[in-house]
Every structure is written in C-alpha cells, then in structure tokens.
Design a protein around this ligand. Structure first.
Ligand code: NDP
Length: 234
C-alpha cells in the first residue's frame, strides 16, 4: 500500500500535477476540490480552504479511504492583484485567508496523525513573490511570505517527531492562475528569469516529489525555488 497523501487544490494546475506524480509512484492520493472534480485515479474530496469544518470533513473522507494522512501538500491558492492604493481590506483578507490561513487550517488537521505516527512530510507551495514582492501583490506577497515563517516554526516543533516541513517557491509556471497576468507583466517576469521561459507544472511536481520522498528525509525548513533562476542569489 502506498502512502496516504493529501493535496489541496489538486483538481487542476500545479496541484493536479503533484497529485498525479505521487499517484504514479504508488501513493494513495486524495485531492481537495470545490467544483470540478479531479480525473480518475485520484480521490476527490470537497473542501473550502476558508472553512475549517469543510477541511476536517475532507480529511475524514480521505482518511477513511487511505488511512491517516502521511504526506500533505498545501497548494490551494488565489491571487487578487491590484495596486495598493486600490486594494481594499477584502482583497487583502481573502487572499490571506485562502493562502495562509488555509495552510494553517490544513496543517493543523494533518499533523495529528503524523505526530501519532512519528513520521510525516509537509510541503507548502509558496511563490518567489515571498522574497521579491511584486506590484499589485501586497496581499499575495504577505500571505506567501507568511507561509515561510509558519513552516519554519513548525519545522522546529515537529522535527523531533520525524516530520519535515518544507517550502517550494515557484516562479512563473503556466497554469490558469498565471494566464491571468498581463502580457507586460509576463514579459517582465521572463526578462528576469535566466532560463527565459515559464516553467511547467511537472517542474513543480518534481520538486515536491523530491521533498516528500525518502530523498528529502534530512531536509526541513528549507525553501526550494522552482523558478528558472528568477530571484537567484537572493
Ligand atoms: P490554479 O488557479 O490553476 O489552481 C488553484 C487551485 O486552488 C485550484 O484547485 C482551486 O480550486 C484551489 N483553490 C483556490 N481557492 C480555493 C479555496 N478558497 N478553497 C479551496 N480550494 C481553492 O493555480 P496554480 O496551479 O497556478 O497555483 C497553485 C499554487 O501555486 C498556488 O498556491 C499558487 O499561489 C502557487 N504559485 C503559482 C504560480 C504560477 O505561476 N502558476 C507561481 C507561484 C506560486 P478550484 O478549482 O475549486 O477553484
């Protein structure tokens, strides 16, 4: 039997690629979704990241099918880009609620079983925006940087229980989310990316697979950029 894995926001984009890669390795993978369910081979469980009860219910279903979650990939996220002077409080709190508070909610639910098992892997999908910021992303930058502080504190708490907590920080990756940015912004991002192109969802999946596998057993509290070099040296 493969490991019990939970990927949030795993019905499309990066989350789907991560879930598919882990399932191909033999893991039993549950993915959260809201409307569109995932393809066959993945167990879809409905969850809304802003609602603890809905997250708990999703874990109940996944754990009834696969056993206690051993690998958690916190991936679900949103952007609501707008310049700071136009950003209202709702734009800020919604983005922080889904990306950062959603990560807190899912990790809090997942670690119970990991602590009992004295083994676990948590990987959070942040963004290179955590380090460099971006115009129009005060909300998203705050949430994605917050994930690092949270992950590193948790790495300290859970290290003695053999649970690792790591961050993957993608640069520009082709998905529905990045298709929402302007051509001008895309050109700028490619200009500051040494490899000069956008990444694919499989590139992020490969990094998650590495950190979640035996290969990542002595790595915790780390940030792994998957960015084509965007932000190198920082
Ligand atoms: P997509 O927009 O393609 O997918 C987002 C996923 O998150 C969907 O599964 C979506 O579910 C889910 N989701 C969004 N809001 C909620 C919510 N309130 N409750 C539950 N699920 C929710 O994004 P990507 O695949 O591009 O992004 C995945 C992660 O990678 C995000 O955290 C993003 O910030 C990060 N990232 C992406 C980059 C990129 O260039 N694409 C760059 C850096 C980081 P539903 O289908 O129901 O909407």
């Amino acid at each position: 039997m493969g490991r019990s894995v939970m990927v949030t926001g795993g019905n499309r984009g990066i989350g789907l690629a991560v879930a598919t890669a882990l399932a191909a390795d033999g893991d039993q993978v549950a993915v959260t979704h809201r409307d569109a369910p995932p393809p066959d081979g993945l167990l879809g469980v409905r969850a809304e990241m802003t609602d603890s009860q809905s997250i708990d219910a999703a874990f109940e279903k996944a754990e009834a099918a696969h056993g206690p979650v051993e690998v958690l990939v916190v991936n679900a996220g949103i952007t609501r880009d707008t310049l700071f002077l136009r950003m209202d409080e709702r734009d800020f709190t919604d983005v922080v609620d889904v990306n950062l508070h959603g990560a807190f909610r899912t990790m809090r639910r997942a670690v119970r079983g990991m602590v009992r098992a004295r083994w676990g892997r948590i990987v959070l999908i942040s963004s290179m925006t955590y380090a460099y910021g971006a115009p129009g992303q005060v909300n998203y930058g705050a949430a994605k940087a917050g994930m690092l502080g949270m992950a590193r504190s948790l790495a300290w708490e859970l290290g003695p229980r053999n649970i690792t907590v790591n961050i993957v920080a993608p640069g520009l990756i082709d998905t529905d989310m990045s298709r929402g940015i302007t051509d001008r912004r895309r050109e700028h991002l490619l200009a500051i990316t040494p490899l000069g192109r956008a990444g694919e969802v499989a590139d992020v999946a490969a990094a998650v697979r590495f950190l979640a596998g035996d290969s990542g057993r002595f790595i915790t509290g780390a940030v792994l950029p998957v960015s084509g070099g965007l932000g190198l040296g920082g």
